[in-house]
Ligand binder design. Structure first.
Ligand code: DGP
Length: 114
């Protein structure tokens, strides 16, 4: 998707602080972190929202969670706890329409979110 910000990060057309990657997923630091660790894990394939995930994407979605685990390990968050969250649609707080898991940790997290 030529106008997609996160596709541009996947293709290294704009810079990002990359934490790690796998064949079909990429993890990089959020530009506006809300916690000491705030990493976004995205599929390299463009999928606009969680509502657009199709059965053929099931392996890619699994890979997102496996790469998130690696981020959690790298950031030392296994025992402290953390949050994995995906905002869906504008009403759900999604502002970039290429799905991404937020990996948030490194401080105490409250629930429910705003
Ligand atoms: P969401 O609101 O769930 O769609 O989250 C989008 C996140 O993307 C938000 O926390 C800020 C982050 N973000 C927006 N633009 C950029 C960028 O150019 N680079 C990086 N690394 N993160 C960005």
């Amino acid at each position: 998707m030529p106008d997609c910000l996160f596709c541009k990060i996947v293709h290294r057309e704009i810079p990002a602080d990359i934490v790690c990657e796998s064949e079909h997923a990429l993890a990089f630091r959020d530009i506006s972190p809300v916690a000491p660790t705030h990493v976004l894990v995205i599929p390299k394939k463009h999928i606009a929202t969680a509502n657009d995930i199709s059965p053929e994407d099931k392996d890619v979605i699994g890979e997102l969670y496996l790469l998130a685990q690696k981020v959690i390990e790298i950031e030392g968050l296994i025992s402290s706890g953390h949050r994995l969250v995906m905002n869906v649609g504008a009403g759900g707080g999604q502002s970039v329409f290429h799905i991404h898991l937020h990996v948030i940790g490194g401080r105490s997290l409250s629930w429910p979110p705003g």
